[in-house]
Design a protein around this ligand. Structure first.
Ligand SMILES: [Mg+2]
Length: 165
């Protein structure tokens, strides 16, 4: 069950501060690719800026955790005005611990929001934070990703969760 997300929402913008508070989540650790943005962070998803604003107004702490290089992440993080942990090595839990510490929230009161079962969700479960799976916005074109997405479809079916890709 290490790959099973606690919650599922189609898009990150479907998550509200009220939903997070109800589930005792005080900080959100954010994946970038296919969660907040596409094309390697170049294209921010519509409504993400106002979603980030609503989260901050709602008192939810936000931090980016990405496996991308610090160099690539710092450009993106600056653009959206968020702190970040780069070279996160997800699914290892250490990046999650660093992110929780940076925002000053206990790991069990954090939630990762991401689109991949084998990195975002697995890492979140290993670290002991809550996990919210979102559906990838567009599918990757590499062979490795085709295999991973195929396995994810099978697992989502097994978990009786929606598969919208
Ligand atoms: Mg992603």
């Amino acid at each position: 069950m290490l790959f099973k997300p606690k919650f599922y929402k189609k898009r990150i913008t479907d998550i509200t501060p009220a939903f997070l508070k109800k589930n005792n989540i005080k900080a959100v650790i954010l994946d970038v690719d296919n969660t907040l943005a596409t094309n390697k962070g170049k294209i921010l998803l519509g409504n993400v800026p106002s979603w980030l604003e609503a989260m901050e107004k709602g008192g939810i702490k936000l931090i980016i955790l990405s496996n991308a290089t610090v160099e690539r992440m710092s450009g993106f993080a600056n653009r959206v005005g968020l702190p970040f942990v780069g070279l996160g090595l997800k699914p290892l839990p250490f990046g999650y611990f660093r992110a929780a510490k940076r925002v000053g929230v206990k790991i069990k009161e954090c939630a990762i929001i991401g689109d991949q079962l084998f990195t975002d969700v697995l890492g979140g479960n290993l670290a002991g934070c809550k996990t919210v799976l979102v559906s990838p916005v567009e599918l990757e074109q590499t062979k490795l990703f085709n295999i991973k997405r195929g396995l994810e479809r099978k697992l989502l079916k097994k978990y009786k969760l929606p598969c919208e890709f």
